[in-house]
Design a protein around this ligand. Structure first.
Ligand code: MN
Length: 479
């Protein structure tokens, strides 16, 4: 179970009685949080910080515990912040500053100096806020009474993002083949990816995967085919082509487990020893939270795995997509997004059909793929690009819509969406920002999730949505 450590600040200036109150209030808050976040994460209270030594010990404990996704801090009383410097230097996990109080309302009739000295987060949290700012420590502030719904929702968001960052810091990404020849945006600095996000991005020879593919047994393929038949509609009689994809999925599963890999990238230009480009295999794996990037796009692969983790337990759908083509009917512009095969099955609004059809590029046999219409609802489209000296994330608000008419001859799964605030500003903004043609689309996440992820990882963020104007485009173009 993931753990969120709760560290409360005070000092010994007000005596033992005061510290007993602090400990009791902190314990009650911890109990309440555990009731609220049951099944999501465990909130663990650490000893009250009353000097530098307790702070160092608390933060070391949080840093060393593999189950700890982050730390939540709150100053019950005034807690002189020099006591926090060396402890905070030990912590490299997501940090939440909860600016709250044990009491909601002021006891106007009975308030005295003792009450005020005990309940002075307005004072103590400002002292603490200063040292976080002074030390340039990335963190999130959530302000308000801790039992209020809005505050709980923001803590919950922090838990989700902290869990995703923890997942990210343990993520291994495998590349079969390099980036597609001549393509710029799928490339990137893998050393920087590891420094900033923790991704261990490494190359694996396709031949090693082919060896695993060739060793898959008929029995293993039969079992995978049973799964396909139970989940999907078999819209083909070319069963051997589908079995080939089942073989790939079984082999990829073995490879991922053997190498503890959570995201992978392949390319249609490097399929030596394989009969088809992985289609259903990749689509089904994405449906189980495995990151995938085509054309060697390791960044989108890793980012999709991280965002699928962030969306865990929420309603909605998350996965990789590629910008493809538009309907430019004036005032009703829509985008049709898809890929040559590999659209995540999580986007399916209709029962996916297994089809075997030719693929225009790659020079391999006709691959089996899942074909379906996409889900609807408000969502975001997120892209990560390497700007040379830093990573940039572009996050656009979109509305996924029902496709206006059937597309019976389109042999791939697809989603359709509307840009915000409109087509011209939304897509021009994306172009000015340098957003890729590969992205992660989600109806489970919103802009605030991405903002928090970027804040805590120190990633530049450009947002596009209903608040984006022509004047913003001017600023973007002059960046
Ligand atoms: Mn592509």
């Amino acid at each position: 179970m993931d753990k969120l450590y709760f560290v409360v600040g005070s000092q010994d200036l007000y005596g033992d009685e005061c510290l007993k109150h602090v400990a009791a209030d902190a314990a009650e808050m911890t109990r309440f949080f555990n009731e609220q976040f049951k099944g999501v994460c465990e909130v663990v209270l650490l000893p009250t910080v009353i000097n530098s030594e307790t702070c160092i010990a608390d933060m070391r404990k949080a840093q060393c515990d593999e189950d700890c996704i982050g730390v939540m801090t709150w100053m019950h009383t005034f807690s002189p912040a020099k006591m926090w410097i060396k402890g905070l230097q030990e912590l490299r996990k997501p940090l939440l500053h909860l600016h709250t109080q044990a009491n909601e309302k002021l006891p106007y009739d009975s308030i005295d100096m003792d009450f005020m000295n005990l309940n002075q987060s307005a004072h103590g949290d400002r002292e603490y806020g200063f040292i976080l700012a002074r030390m340039h420590i990335r963190h999130q502030v959530v302000a308000g009474y801790y039992r209020h719904q809005k505050v709980l929702e923001e803590i919950r968001r922090f838990i989700d993002v902290a869990r995703a960052i923890n997942f990210s810091r343990h993520l291994k990404v495998a590349s079969f083949g390099n980036s597609m020849r001549e393509v710029a945006v799928t490339d990137g600095d893998r050393v920087e990816s590891q420094i900033v996000y923790g991704w261990e991005c490494n190359y694996f020879a396709l031949g090693d995967l082919v060896d695993i593919i060739n060793a898959v047994t008929d029995k293993e393929i039969d079992k995978k085919m049973d799964e396909y038949k139970s989940k999907y509609v078999m819209k083909t009689d070319r069963i051997d082509s589908v079995r080939e994809q089942a073989r790939y999925e079984v082999a990829l599963d073995k490879f991922l487990a053997q190498n503890k890999v959570g995201a992978f990238a392949d390319t249609f230009q490097d399929l030596h020893g394989m009969k088809q480009l992985p289609g259903i295999a990749a689509q089904n794996l994405m449906g189980r939270g495995i990151g995938f990037g085509p054309e060697g796009d390791y960044k989108t692969s890793a980012l999709s795995a991280v965002f699928m983790n962030l969306a865990k337990g929420r309603k909605g759908h998350t996965g990789f997509i590629e910008d493809y083509t538009y309907d430019l009917t004036e005032g009703k512009e829509l985008e049709l997004a898809s890929h040559m095969l590999e659209v995540p099955v999580d986007f399916a609004a209709t029962k996916p059909e297994i089809q075997v059809l030719p693929l225009g590029i790659g020079g391999k046999e006709d691959p089996a793929r899942l074909v379906f219409d996409g889900v609807q609802g408000d969502g975001i489209q997120v892209s990560m690009v390497d700007m040379g000296d830093h990573y940039r994330i572009v996050c656009a608000d979109i509305e996924l819509v029902k496709q206006p008419k059937p597309m019976p001859k389109l042999p791939v799964a697809r989603i359709m969406f509307r840009h915000k605030p409109n087509f011209s500003i939304g897509t021009a903004g994306w172009c000015y920002a340098g957003g890729a043609h590969h992205s992660v689309v989600s109806t489970a996440l919103d802009r605030r999730d991405v903002e928090l992820f970027c804040k805590l990882t120190g990633t530049e963020l450009i947002t596009i949505g209903d608040d984006t104007t022509e004047a913003d485009l001017m600023k973007l173009s002059n960046r």
